[in-house]
Design a protein around this ligand. Structure first.
Ligand code: TXA
Ligand code: MG
Length: 322
């Protein structure tokens, strides 16, 4: 018998065991380049229901289906010219592409939509698990619904421990934010969730439609729900307004950002200055979890400017602070 929530190293042997669990309808948490995923056989409705139950995830929020390559993607979706260009340029990698479903992926996985989101992760452990399992793997981020996404095996265990059959430890993830989600059903790409494949990168390859992410949020059900939130209040700092620091007065507070906070305002309990936006993206979720566990009463995070990866960081911080 396997103990639930067991954390194991990413050896061939454990990957074989994990693939058997997937094929039997169980749940395996595994690393991708973005965040850890909570995986099940995407074609098995019962197994996919297990994902929703383990996370406490609203049923109307569809899952991303992880495949081994463009060829496997074409088994489950209508792949047009725009999608082909995107796959060619960004797969394997942190880009999920929403396409019309051709029916193979069951309703529960798609939350009843006529579309399916597909992605080929750029991570040897994730790819090996997909290949060994022989089926596409549905995997949301492996956190309890509403919590910051997990970027380490330990964070998965903290949130889901007893609800998952096996947790494969591949070390900390290197991107840190979830994949960019684009809708490519209309011959151009509409960004539904910003990520490390940026608007600028996408625009070099395909036409973009839709202005910001807000106006098309209704097309990505997940963007309606509360998300990424730590258990203590999170305030955002735009780099000038001192209001968040006044809020912190008399409290134990933590700070993170690429800029140093004002120095005449009191000393933070913990302070993280990231050396770049890439570092910020990589560290954001782990720091939110670390800060809340530190006994702090409040978090202040600097909100970067719009553009590039800054847009993805802004999006996650904005929703975490809602
Ligand atoms: O990086 C990632 O994308 C990670 C790793 C594990 O791959 N997964 C992830 O999954 O972040 P999740 O479930 O936390 O976020 C999936 C997002 C949600 O906002 C969901 O609404 C959207 O993708 N989505 C999934 N299928 C969709 C569809 N058919 N149409 C529109 N949005 C969809
Ligand atoms: Mg998620």
């Amino acid at each position: 018998m396997t103990a639930k929530g067991r954390i194991v190293p990413a050896t061939e042997e454990y990957l074989m065991e994990a693939s058997l669990i997937i094929r039997r309808g169980g749940l395996v948490a595994f690393p991708t380049e973005t965040v850890y995923g909570l995986g099940a056989n995407a074609l098995d409705s019962g197994a996919v229901k297990g994902i929703f139950a383990a996370k406490g995830r609203p049923q109307d929020n569809p899952l991303i289906v992880h495949v081994s390559g463009a060829r496997q993607a074409a088994e489950y979706a209508e792949v047009g010219e725009c999608a082909l260009k995107l796959m060619d340029s960004f797969w394997p990698g942190p880009l999920s592409i929403v396409l019309y479903s051709t029916g193979g992926v069951p309703d529960v996985t798609r939350a009843g939509l006529d579309t399916v989101a597909l992605r080929v992760p750029r991570h040897p452990v994730a790819l090996s698990l997909i290949e060994k399992s022989g089926v596409p793997i549905a995997a949301p981020s492996a956190n309890r619904s509403g919590r910051p996404s997990p970027t380490s095996a330990g964070a998965v265990a903290d949130d889901l421990g007893s609800a998952v059959d096996l947790i494969i430890d591949g070390g900390p993830t290197f991107v840190g934010l979830e994949s960019t989600v684009v809708d490519a059903t209309r011959g151009s790409a509409a960004i539904l969730r910003p990520g490390c494949v940026t608007r600028e990168m996408l625009a070099r390859v395909v036409g973009l439609s839709g202005g910001g992410c807000g106006e098309i949020a209704h097309r990505s059900p997940g963007t309606r729900h509360r998300h990424y939130a730590p258990d203590i209040p999170l305030f955002l700092w735009d780099g000038t307004d001192r209001a968040p620091f006044r809020e912190a007065s008399g409290l134990k507070w933590c700070y993170m950002g690429t800029r140093t906070p004002p120095r005449d305002i009191g000393t933070p309990h913990r302070e993280i200055i990231f050396s770049s936006l890439g570092e910020y993206a990589r560290g954001l979720f782990a720091r939110l979890r670390e800060f809340e566990a530190s006994g702090a009463e409040m978090i202040i995070a600097q909100i970067p400017e719009e553009g590039g990866i800054g847009s993805a960081i802004r999006n996650r911080l904005g929703r975490a602070a809602e």
